[in-house]
Design a protein around this ligand. Structure first.
Ligand code: MSP
Length: 651
């Protein structure tokens, strides 16, 4: 296949010690967007992802769970597949390192290297980090009785390993690796990350231990049943076995070398040093590029399972859906840096960027077209000056967007595109089309058509980032995206000559209501008051409800047993509330500025018990605590006259 027409992209394969977290989702979304961007340019793509299931880390986690390793890893696979499906991850193969074809191909690979003299038997003594499954080669081996050095990658204590081992002759590849980095500066993206790799290689490479005798959970080493394969020598090979190496030569030829490996900065050494050396030794072509992303942080810390601060993608999906989360991950986190993940910020971006800027533009345009019976919108024969200026602005943005997408600088690509959405909104408003409908129907139709052309191009360009929502947007314009041509090039060449068949569909993006009614900012409260006055529902003129309406609300007495501040929110407390025989519930309450935690703990209050659970800052609130508010905005807990059993009903 013409190599410029194909695109083979991979994610790291994930250690399956738990369900996927936001860090795994991030690597995987990056790969999905890269694959879709290639598809949009009519390339044949192969997208490989999967799970890393051997080694000491998995064996220990399985033991802790009281399961056999395979039974343990099996138990997470459906979670991975479900979450990837929910987030529209369109992979071609999900590889597991326990797959038979992979195991055999790795053994075949080892045999080939043994036969070539690239692997020899020796003795390894030194420090090992189980969490990273890595030998800490910078440390001089000292007796096992010494204080263990900390792992250079994760900072955890290492342990001493002393065992017979097979070695890969990594030291022989030092010069060839340095030549690779020099001749192919594009090999590592962003290039700043190459420095640490080059320094590591320059400092001298030791041969790499690639087998273990002290563990049994791994691929049996060919010809020596005492040894299992070192987990990284096993795992890295997924990139070739996943496309046929060792079992389908034709398929392998079609896809290898990979165009892009995506990985986090913590595993750069494995991919930029060991992996190319393995491939050089095997006589295979090298991957074209490594895209190395930073970490998602929560506050100051890397988000990780072991730190217990992970954000569950499932919670995000349930609360916001897939596309807004995909958008936020790409827009907010610069691939070149570590970035902070914040629910408040995610919600704000959904409202401002997605609902207000983009969703409203589509909605306003179609609503006006519908009202004025121009749902069949023809392209104007000629365009006025301001419309031509909008087209020019589009072409400028297109060039910028394309350059950044090709360089995986997604945050910059999206910033350029959003600037253009802003220009389209400004164009639309400046023409006041709602006035033109009667006074100048020709210009009215032109303005609608210009907005529709802009939205069409936006929908196409944004498809890799938000596939489902952009397909809806295009459908509202009467268009489809059959991926049968290079759309990116096409958009550049096209003059605006499309007819549109508009349909008013469902709202594309919902604004996120401030998640916490009781903690609304003062301005919002004022706004609400104003709009209530207009509607005649201000407190002085309250509409009445029937007794049936009131009895729908289940009010129960409960005792606050714990009260913790919610990080990432300056208003919220996370309460544990005891409802007696009805159990304990987690309830979030935005009253931090009114009460110290000690004021609430141990107190009996009144709660709305049957309020539908709501997600706030990534946590679920299962009810609402009631307070009395005086004119000055001072709150008092709603209590009962004297202590009653928890779970008592208010009626
Ligand atoms: N199994 C190895 C990879 C083998 S690839 C041949 C591994 N697995 S991992 O599950 O620990 O990590 C997989 C990927 O998730 C890495 O790229 C890692 O950087 C990424 N992330 C894990 N936590 C992360 C964040 N908090 N933020 C961003 N990505 C992070 O390493």
């Amino acid at each position: 296949m013409d190599s410029s027409k194909k695109f083979y992209v991979t994610t790291p394969i994930y250690y399956v010690t738990a369900r996927p977290h936001l860090g795994s989702l991030y690597s995987t979304v990056l790969a999905d967007v890269a694959a879709r961007w290639a598809k949009l340019q009519d390339k044949k793509t192969f997208f490989l992802t999967g799970t890393d299931e051997h080694g000491q880390k998995i064996a220990q986690a399985a033991e802790k769970a009281g399961k056999q390793p395979k039974e343990f890893t099996d138990s997470f696979i459906s979670d991975y597949k479900q979450i990837w499906a929910e987030f529209e991850i369109e992979y071609n193969r999900f590889i597991r390192t326990t797959d038979e074809f992979h195991v055999k191909a790795v053994q075949q690979w080892l045999t080939a290297l043994i036969n070539k003299g690239e692997i020899y038997k020796g003795f390894y003594e030194g420090w090992y980090c189980t969490s990273c499954e890595t030998y800490v080669t910078e440390e001089i081996p000292t007796p096992s009785t010494a204080q263990p050095p900390l792992c250079h990658s994760c900072g955890r204590p290492t342990h001493f390993v002393s065992e017979e081992s097979y070695f890969f002759k990594l030291s022989a590849y030092q010069d060839r690796l340095l030549k690779l980095y020099q001749e192919h500066p594009e090999f590592i993206v962003p290039k700043e990350r190459a420095h640490e790799v080059i320094n590591f290689v320059k400092s001298g490479l030791k041969d790499l231990s690639i087998s273990r005798t002290t563990i049994t959970w791994g691929i049996p080493f060919p010809g020596d049943s005492k040894h299992v394969t070192y987990v990284w020598a096993d795992a890295l090979n997924n990139y070739i076995t996943g496309v046929g190496y060792g079992w389908d030569e034709k398929e392998f030829k079609k896809w290898w070398p990979a165009d892009l490996h995506i990985l986090g900065k913590d595993i750069i050494r494995f991919h930029a040093v060991y992996w190319p050396a393995f491939l050089m030794a095997t006589g295979l072509a090298l991957p074209k590029q490594l895209l190395v992303h930073g970490w998602i942080k929560v506050g100051e810390q890397k988000m990780s399972k072991s730190l217990g601060n992970v954000v569950d993608p499932q919670v995000l999906y349930n609360a916001y859906g897939a596309d807004p989360v995909r958008y936020y991950l790409l827009r907010q986190l610069a691939i070149t840096h570590d970035g902070e993940f914040s629910i408040a910020d995610l919600e704000q971006k959904i409202t401002s960027d997605l609902a207000n800027d983009l969703g409203n533009l589509l909605n306003r345009m179609i609503t006006l077209a519908e009202k004025n019976n121009v749902l069949q919108l023809p392209a104007p024969a000629t365009w006025s000056k301001t419309s031509m200026e909008l087209q020019d602005a589009f072409l400028k943005m297109h060039a910028e967007y394309q350059e950044h997408m090709n360089g995986y600088l997604y945050h910059l690509a999206l910033a350029a595109l959003w600037k253009y959405i802003g220009l389209t909104n400004a164009y639309f408003h400046a023409h006041e089309p709602w006035k033109l409908a009667k006074s100048d129907p020709k210009l009215f139709s032109e303005v609608l058509s210009a907005a529709a052309h802009s939205l069409y191009a936006i929908g196409v360009l944004l498809w890799p980032v938000m596939p489902q929502k952009m397909e809806l947007l295009l459908a509202a314009l009467g268009k489809k995206l059959p991926l049968d041509q290079n759309y990116v090039e096409q958009l550049k060449k096209e003059s605006w000559n499309k007819d549109f068949a508009l349909t008013k569909g469902e709202t594309l993006f919902m604004k996120i209501e401030p998640q916490l009614a009781e903690a609304k900012p003062e301005e919002l409260k004022a706004e609400e008051q104003k709009s209530n006055e207009v509607k005649g529902t201000s407190s002085g003129d309250a509409t009445t409800i029937k007794i049936d309406d009131f009895t729908k609300v289940e009010l129960l007495v409960g005792t606050v047993t714990a009260c913790d501040e919610v990080p990432k929110s300056d208003k919220l407390y996370k309460l544990q509330v005891d409802f007696g025989s009805k159990g304990t519930r987690q309830i979030l309450s935005g009253v931090r500025k009114h009460f110290a935690a000690a004021d609430l703990i141990g107190k009996q209050g009144v709660f709305v018990y049957n309020l539908a659970p709501r997600a706030m800052v990534g946590l679920e609130s299962q009810g609402m605590m009631l307070f009395a508010e005086d004119h000055a905005g001072k709150l008092q807990m709603v209590t009962v006259g004297y202590a009653v059993p928890n779970g008592t009903k208010i009626r």
